[in-house]
Design a protein around this ligand. Structure first.
Ligand code: HAM
Length: 468
């Protein structure tokens, strides 16, 4: 090698203390012990998607920045302040997706789905990225579950979207109140915006600094400012429902009628406007029943009839959708101490003592796993029986099967009932019959306990109700 040619060397990095290697502000790990909450949501979402016919769509996490600038809107907080954007090695302007509706529409157009029977209905789950001020309920990597229906104008579609997300919150045992409004079509909005500006202009001095800018750029956003003075002014402000054209008014009335029919808990809230520019007609948010000011909406969505065309679609295409914030739902569930069952609850733990017993136990485990009748667990890497029984207890297995040298010689197996601690010796050949009987008895006992607990809870509620 020529003397003056430098070999590639890792540059000397500054020494970092172990404690400095942490996840980025606003981004976090979701640990195995917390996954049961997330799994409940994932299952509920998949179930709703199947029942109501929404097909899963996974779009890339990185998209051209322009997609969000055009889709979400240049003057929205998301695009103005919150995107993680950069220029890549090839000179392309890219952004981590701050939301997924624009991506879903891009995909719909890119794959020519306009030619499929309409509507095309999508469902997604995944992380979004917004560089927001870190505070309770606001993450920079946030997880959403979303449903989008593209190609349908019927108000029954709006109602279905509202229902599907409400049902997922219900599955998570959360009581939410749906806040519904209509911001009409661009014609109604234009008239309304003029009225709003005329109302606020003489009182501009009383507005917060952000709203002083909003009044010219995005007057609708004046209505959902949380500043105390702005809130007070809002009370007397004109309401959009009074400016809706006949078509928008009829559409909104129909949506509300369907919500009544479905017996959904909603309020008409003229002050919700949503922070993304693509909406038209129906908009809505889900507020937990404890969150009266809607500081941490659990989800939100609406109709976006103009977005497909705006992003390059050939025709005017009606659409609506919703996204739920998984992080906020999970923290509400924890705050309310909602019990969630473990993701995997083993019935049978297989334990062993001694080298040949370990081999026998391993092959028994595989045989039983392949049969597919049992939920199994093991710790074959442990030699101590005590340690294995501790593990069986921790996993809350109902039964532990124990094999030692004696059991191999006698062609038997020990069956231990983990609740009572009673052990019985069973012939190795008879183990399947024995397990079948035991497990069916255990399941019956568990379900009668469950119904007793449910009845107790109902009685308690009735007594409390009676006292009020
Ligand atoms: P969004 O209101 O921006 O709507 O977000 C939906 C939900 O995501 C919020 O209600 C909230 O629960 C959660 N969320 C938003 N930002 C954060 C954050 N920084 N930390 C934690 N959770 C957050 C949309 O994203 C639209 N794409 C919804 C939609 C779908 N509209 C039509 N289709």
């Amino acid at each position: 090698m020529p003397k003056n040619k430098q070999t590639a060397k890792t540059p000397d990095l500054p020494k970092v203390k172990k404690s400095e290697l942490r996840s980025i502000t606003g981004m976090r790990d979701i640990l195995p012990q917390d996954q049961k909450y997330w799994q409940l949501l994932r299952d509920a979402a998949e179930n709703m998607a199947n029942i109501y016919g929404y097909g899963r769509l996974d779009t890339p996490i990185l998209e051209p920045t322009d997609l969000f600038v055009r889709g979400v809107g240049k003057q929205t907080d998301i695009v103005e302040k919150e995107m993680f954007s950069f220029v890549d090695q090839g000179g392309d302007n890219l952004s981590l997706r701050p939301e997924a509706t624009a991506s879903v529409v891009r995909s719909y157009i890119e794959h020519g789905m306009l030619n499929k029977p309409q509507p095309v209905k999508f469902f997604y789950m995944g992380p979004m990225f917004r560089h927001e001020k870190p505070q309770a309920g606001r993450y920079r990597q946030l997880w959403q579950i979303g449903f989008e229906s593209i190609g349908e104008s019927n108000p029954a579609m709006d109602a279905q979207i509202i229902l599907v997300a409400y049902n997922i919150l219900k599955e998570a045992h959360l009581d939410s109140i749906i806040q519904v409004n209509s911001i009409g079509c661009s014609d109604c909005r234009k008239k309304y915006k003029d009225e709003l500006v005329a109302y606020y202009k003489p009182q501009v001095k009383m507005l917060c600094n952000s709203c002083k800018t909003r009044i010219n750029k995005n007057p609708l956003r004046l209505l959902d400012c949380k500043d105390d003075d702005c809130q007070q002014l809002k009370d007397e402000a004109p309401q959009i429902v009074d400016y809706l054209c006949d078509d928008c008014k009829n559409h909104f009335m129909k949506v509300v009628e369907y919500l009544d029919e479905l017996d959904l808990p909603y309020v008409l809230n003229p002050w919700i406007v949503r922070g993304l520019d693509y909406y038209s007609k129906t908009i809505f948010e889900y507020w937990d029943s404890d969150d009266v000011e809607g500081k941490n909406a659990l989800g939100g969505g609406g109709r976006y009839d103009g977005l497909v065309k705006l992003l390059g679609g050939r025709e005017e295409t009606h659409a609506c959708g919703v996204a739920l914030g998984m992080d906020r739902i999970v923290s509400k569930m924890r705050e309310k101490e909602i019990e969630v069952k473990e993701i995997y609850q083993p019935q049978i733990f297989i334990a062993q003592l001694g080298e040949s017993a370990k081999r026998k136990a391993m092959s028994l485990f595989e045989k039983m796993r392949q049969q597919g009748h049992y939920r199994l667990s093991q710790a074959f890497y442990k030699d101590s029986l005590r340690a294995q029984l501790d593990m069986a207890n921790k996993t809350k297995a109902d039964i532990t099967l124990i094999i030692g040298q004696k059991e191999i010689n006698d062609k038997t197996i020990i069956v231990r009932d983990m609740e009572s601690g009673v052990q019985e010796i069973v012939n190795f050949d008879k183990i399947e019959d024995d397990l079948k009987k035991r497990l069916s008895r255990i399941e019956k006992e568990k379900s009668s306990k469950f119904f007793e607990a449910e009845n107790d809870e109902k009685e308690n509620k009735t007594i409390q109700g009676g006292q009020n």
